[in-house]
Design a protein around this ligand. Structure first.
Ligand code: ZN
Length: 464
């Protein structure tokens, strides 16, 4: 269709025919040429309405789209917080697991050694260790699992409806908060468990230190034990400090075994026993019972006072006296021998009367503290040499012979010169104590002069 005005010169008032397309207009059509046709009106109205509608639709849709984006953004922010919370939680959980692992690791080391008892393990050390272990392991009991840990939906937020986004975002925020609480709880537990692990480590070191210290004491106390067993114990306790490894059980076990050998090869177990030939009696160590009375026999030797002794001592004395006679052609004399508790009451009182209290305490044992009551002791003199029960006896040939040879027969000069600060008694070159050749030979070979030193006992200069 060709518009008529395209090839027609512009005129002030166009004709209707020119205004109406030929196909629709009719030559007879009339009307106000300035008035728009109905169709033109409809078209204009429609265009305006469409614009409004479009504007409304776009506005509505735009508003709807913008609301969706906000929801997605809220959702994503909540999800990000939850992810962060999960990371923090996982880190705290790992730290807790590590701390709990440390506690369990040390506790596992403790279990087997806590079962070991006896020397050189002090009972109190084991008790302290077990108490520390129990406290630590109870305190790090596993915490409850956190709620809402696996909460992120699989779908991408764009795929979720607004309704779902509105519901999910606060749920994620809530989950993040709850995880935060669980994280804080775990962090607190982890820090507590780390402190417990450290405390347990300290208790463990204190235990091994106590065992090592007791082992060292035992070695000193049982100086008479076999060198082999004492060395084995020494190497076990040397390995103890810092033995926070799986080896600790083995090391403690070897210390226990070595200590048992030390004790078994030592006579010290019998130094408390009044009936033992290795009993040690001094100002700190009365006989037990205090009125102990041994089985006695007469020794077949020259004597000044009834030569009553325990059978072992009597036989050894006879042997020693015979050896002296064989070597020197002279005779020893058993001057003062077994004295009962009651005899010693009399002797001690006489000492005080004759010497005065101070000198008597240096020279005469109180009742119950005298070696003469053991039946293992003789105050020896020599026929024709004088210095009877006097220090000068030590300068005589018989006195010197006894000092040099008595160990071969199981005797020692019990109160040697210069040892009063240990033995509690002044020099008595005549006072011979039988304690068996095993001990006296060992003392002789190691140059040990007193039973106190030999058995690692405290010096006993005075009565307590
Ligand atoms: Zn004596």
């Amino acid at each position: 269709m060709t518009e008529p005005d395209e090839d027609t010169p512009t005129v002030p008032i166009p004709r209707v025919s020119e205004l109406v397309p030929s196909s629709v207009g009719s030559p007879s059509a009339t009307g106000d040429p300035s008035r728009p046709t109905r169709r033109q009106t409809i078209i204009g109205v429609t265009a305006a309405g469409l614009a409004i509608v479009i504007a409304i639709v776009v506005g509505v849709l735009g508003a709807a789209w913008s609301g969706h984006r906000d929801l997605v953004r809220d959702y994503e922010a909540a999800a990000a917080k939850l992810s962060e919370a999960r990371l923090a939680y996982e880190q705290a959980d790992a730290e807790l697991a590590e701390s709990r692992g440390a506690v369990r690791g040390i506790a596992a080391l403790i279990d087997p050694i806590a079962a070991m008892v006896g020397e050189p393990i002090p009972v109190a050390a084991t008790e302290a260790l077990v108490a520390a272990r129990d406290e630590a392991t109870v305190s790090v009991a596993p915490p409850p699992p956190p709620a809402s840990y696996e909460v992120l939906p699989d779908e991408h937020p764009d795929a979720l409806s607004d309704e779902a986004l509105r519901a999910e975002a606060p749920r994620l925020t809530d989950a993040a908060e709850r995880l935060g609480t669980a994280t804080a709880y775990r962090a607190r537990l982890a820090s507590g468990a780390a402190a417990l692990a450290a405390g347990l480590g300290t208790a463990f070191v204190e235990y091994t230190d106590a065992v090592a210290a007791r082992g060292a004491e035992l070695i000193a106390e049982r100086a008479d034990a076999s060198a082999e067993s004492r060395m084995a114990l020494q190497s076990a306790i040397d390995a103890l400090p810092g033995a926070e490894t799986e080896d600790v059980e083995e090391i403690v076990a070897s210390a226990v075994a070595a200590a048992a050998d030390v004790i078994a090869s030592s006579n010290r177990v019998r130094i408390d026993d009044a009936a033992s030939i290795t009993v040690v009696v001094n100002k700190h160590r009365p006989l037990n019972p205090i009125d102990y009375a041994p089985e006695l026999v007469w020794a077949d030797v020259p004597y000044g006072w009834e030569p009553e002794f325990r059978p072992e001592a009597a036989a050894a004395l006879e042997e020693m006296f015979a050896a002296f006679e064989a070597e020197t052609g002279e005779q020893l004399l058993a001057q003062s021998n077994y004295r009962s508790y009651d005899d010693q009451v009399f002797t001690y009182n006489s000492c005080i009367e004759n010497l005065g209290y101070t000198q008597a305490e240096r020279a005469c044992a109180r009742p119950g503290h005298s070696e003469h009551q053991t039946g293992l002791t003789a105050d020896v003199a020599a026929v024709g040499w004088g210095c009877l029960i006097q220090e000068c006896f030590g300068d005589t040939m018989p006195g010197q012979w006894l000092a040099e040879n008595s160990w071969k027969y199981g005797f020692i000069v019990r109160y040697p010169d210069g040892y009063e600060h240990i033995t509690g008694f002044a020099y008595e070159p005549w006072h011979m104590r039988y304690t068996g050749v095993e001990v006296t030979t060992d003392m002789h070979e190691r140059g040990i002069m007193t039973l106190e030193e030999y058995y690692g006992l405290e010096p006993a200069p005075d009565y307590p």
